[in-house]
Design a protein around this ligand. Structure first.
Ligand SMILES: [Zn+2]
Length: 297
């Protein structure tokens, strides 16, 4: 079975907190049967920090992993059962503040998904935590249209609602949320409202479930994670929901879920909840593969 995960902050942790133990290691990815792990380059303090220097460091960490034998792919269709591969994303489009040429450069370097904001305003848009009700900035709309034209998915996790609506209404391709849950179950700005979920799924988007207990709900258990998947299915998400763990980005984890080695426990949980094997395969990874086929250029 192909298992995919659309978000972890491992490259950031390697670059900035090299003394911290990692959740995501090759051994655990193998143990969990993960075929495709997306590695996010996370913007951290944003414009208050040295954005260019930070991203250069994370690109270097990726090169280091490749020299150690990690396989990096440019498209999810290259994921294979029984083989671990990784794909690059960014969390926070601050590098694109410098101009559209950077969007193209990042795509050439293998970035296939970009979270428009993290928790700071940038030249593209406003984050959910700001409470700002303004939509995308003109440059944001331009940058996202270019991203979609060259095969970089627009990731709306962390983006404010008005920004997500703008992408849904003004851009050609459906967005994804790499690591977000249901606001109907846990009222938190990082989660997606039912209206947004319905529209994201109706347009052919994708959502990866985040394992952060704060937005899963307490007590955070495997069953609580599955509650969010069930609710997304009720919003039209069948075949459009997967995992976006946020490993190496979350300090606390759900009971029984410590690292990628635990993905099979979640799949067993889905089966116990009555999910058909086809749906288990979709949530495990096929939903993400199908999303990338829908947004292919
Ligand atoms: Zn995040």
């Amino acid at each position: 079975m192909i298992i995919c995960d659309t978000h972890c902050d491992t490259l950031y942790r390697m670059a900035v907190q090299p003394d911290q133990p990692l959740d995501v290691t090759m051994e655990r990815l193998r143990q969990g049967g993960v075929s495709l792990q997306t590695l996010a380059m996370y913007v951290g303090k944003g414009r208050q920090g040295d954005v260019e220097g930070l991203f250069a460091q994370m690109f270097r960490q990726m090169e280091l992993l490749e020299r150690q034998g990690w396989k990096r792919v440019d498209d999810p269709s290259e994921a294979r059962d029984g083989q671990v591969a990784v794909m690059l994303s960014i969390e926070g489009c601050e590098p694109f503040d410098k101009g559209l040429h950077v969007v193209e450069e990042y795509r050439r370097r293998g970035v296939r998904m970009a979270a428009i904001t993290w928790n700071h305003e940038n030249t593209l848009a406003y984050p959910a935590v700001s409470g700002d009700t303004r939509g995308l900035k003109p440059y944001g709309l331009e940058a996202i249209r270019l991203m979609q034209e060259i095969g970089m998915a627009a990731d709306v996790s962390h983006l404010n609602d008005a920004g997500v609506w703008d992408i849904l209404e003004k851009c050609e391709k459906p967005p994804m949320a790499s690591h977000s849950n249901c606001r109907a179950l846990v009222s938190h700005c990082r989660n997606l409202s039912d209206d947004l979920l319905r529209e994201i799924f109706a347009k052919g988007g994708y959502v990866g479930i985040n394992f952060w207990p704060t937005i899963i709900g307490e007590p955070a258990t495997i069953d609580r994670i599955i509650d969010h998947i069930v609710h997304m299915y009720e919003m039209g998400g069948q075949g459009k929901v997967g995992f976006g763990s946020d490993f190496d980005g979350i300090e606390r984890k759900p009971e029984g879920i410590h690292s990628p080695a635990d993905f099979p426990k979640l799949l067993d949980g889905l089966r116990r909840r009555g999910f058909a094997e086809k749906d288990v395969e979709d949530v495990a990874g096929q939903a993400l593969l199908a999303y990338y086929r829908r947004i292919a250029v």
